[in-house]
Write a protein that binds this ligand. Structure first.
Ligand code: THU
Length: 130
């Protein structure tokens, strides 16, 4: 699939590279993510764990919040890479819905297999605010 000038494979490659930065001493489960802006910029993230487990931040939310901190507000896609090709957690789905409800989601595993879905498919009937 082509997401404008940036291909999904390029976005996945950035997420795969970001996964190498994962700080995961408690789970040893390394996750990389990369978000694509409408302007064609890519911002990466990895999971960052904490001894107080609740302080852990998932790769998807690191990427999205870093992008917001860089002044980005419009997103077309996000890629997530894990060893087993796991689907994003519920909390990340809600944050994806908040910041990029129109995003495509590319979920890749360690072997290079990719599944393509959307934020709206991952979080049907989303809570959109009071
Ligand atoms: N994790 C993510 O980074 N993204 C997800 O969507 C699911 C889980 C991280 C959190 C924690 O550091 C590790 O994976 C194990 O749950």
């Amino acid at each position: 699939m082509n997401t404008g000038e940036i291909s999904s494979q390029q976005l996945i490659a950035v997420a795969r590279s970001a996964r190498r930065q994962a700080y995961a001493p408690y789970s040893s489960y390394h996750v990389g993510a990369a978000v694509l802006t409408l302007g064609g910029d890519i911002i990466a993230g990895c999971n960052v764990e904490n001894a107080s487990y609740g302080g852990t931040i998932c790769a998807e939310r690191v990427a999205l919040t870093a992008a917001v901190a860089q002044g980005k507000r419009q997103f077309s896609a996000i890629a997530v890479v894990t060893e087993d090709g796991a689907s994003p957690c519920g909390l990340c789905r809600q944050v994806m819905y908040e910041l990029g409800p129109q995003m495509d989601v590319f979920i890749a595993d360690g072997d290079g297999n990719v599944r393509t879905t959307t934020v709206k498919a991952l979080l049907p009937e989303a809570f959109a605010g009071p």
